[in-house]
Design a binder for this molecule. Structure first.
Ligand SMILES: NC(=O)c1ccc[n+]([C@@H]2O[C@H](COP(=O)([O-])OP(=O)(O)OC[C@H]3O[C@@H](n4cnc5c(N)ncnc54)[C@H](O)[C@@H]3O)[C@@H](O)[C@H]2O)c1
Length: 259
């Protein structure tokens, strides 16, 4: 097979949680440019609808926007039903929605902790489980990609974010567990661990904006990553090009975690 052909997603359907903006939006664009129909699943339905419409008109692929809250099993089940009704198949799940709360460990409330774990870890479990159940029932040899973070590997400084770091470490071990359990079904499960990426999560946070220079000084490449720099790695993981890659975590951080 032609090597480039292995990266094509023509005829496949992907959902992207947190796909309205940031990393999810860029990855959705990467999938659409490779020919996949894309489902933008986000709590922000207005932004999700705009993203879906833009990708549909630019790449001529099928699109759908859903108001999906990854912390709710009912909401995620509705997402799967909407995909089934519209496309009749699901090949790729990008479980990506996430938030960060910066708070010192000694001051963090249980409510803050639970919110971060609820979206970043339990939300990934809920969405990956729903995708896996659907793929198993349909006999689809699908690909599930979860967004972890370099924060699963190192402790970010100077901002305190223990719940976030713990949630992302959990995503990597959840990913490996699902990869082992679902390998017999032909479903592959991998994660990505981005370094600092210039999205709204970072650039729109008043507490984080002043830290960007500090991080860039610490970073070997002295810059943030761009969301588009995660398109090729997720296309690799989503496509047949990665047919023997499962249970892996791919760090994309410009060498930030190397020392
Ligand atoms: N930006 C970074 O530096 C960076 C680095 C490593 C990992 N990540 C991870 O990448 C993922 C995306 O981050 P981003 O920077 O694009 O963030 P972002 O804030 O720009 O976008 C996140 C999207 O998720 C949506 N969302 C939030 N809660 C949701 C919920 N409960 N259900 C469904 N959607 C929800 C938001 O509406 C938003 O559209 C997150 O998991 C984040 O932890 C980000």
């Amino acid at each position: 097979m032609d090597m480039v052909e292995k990266f094509r997603l023509t005829g496949r359907t992907a959902f992207i949680t947190g796909g309205a903006r940031g990393i999810g939006k860029a990855v959705a664009e990467g999938f659409a440019s490779a020919g996949a129909s894309v489902v933008i699943a986000d709590v922000d339905i207005d932004e999700a609808s705009k993203t879906a419409a833009a990708l549909g008109s630019q790449y001529g692929v099928g699109t759908l926007a859903t108001r999906t809250d990854v912390t709710s099993q009912e909401s995620v089940n509705d997402l799967i039903s909407a995909i089934d009704e519209r496309f009749g198949r699901l090949d790729i799940a990008f479980c990506n929605a996430g938030i960060c709360i910066n708070e010192k460990a000694e001051d963090m409330t249980l409510e803050q902790w639970s919110r971060v774990i609820g979206i970043n870890l339990t939300g990934v479990f809920i969405t990956a489980q729903a995708a896996g159940r659907y793929m198993i029932a349909k006999g689809t040899r699908g690909s599930i990609i979860n967004t972890a973070s370099m924060s699963a590997h190192i402790v970010n400084v100077p901002q305190p974010q223990c719940a976030y770091n713990a949630s992302k470490a959990g995503v990597i071990q959840l990913t490996k567990s699902l990869a082992v359990e679902w390998a017999p079904h032909g479903i592959r499960v991998n994660s990505i661990s981005p370094g600092y990426i210039g999205t709204e999560l970072v650039k729109a946070s008043p507490t984080l904006i002043p830290l960007i220079k500090t991080w860039n000084d610490m970073a070997p490449m002295h810059r943030l990553g761009e969301p588009e720099e995660l398109q090729s790695v997720t296309l690799y993981l989503a496509s047949d090009a990665s047919s023997f890659t499962t249970g892996s975590d791919v760090v994309v951080d410009g060498a930030f975690t190397c020392f």
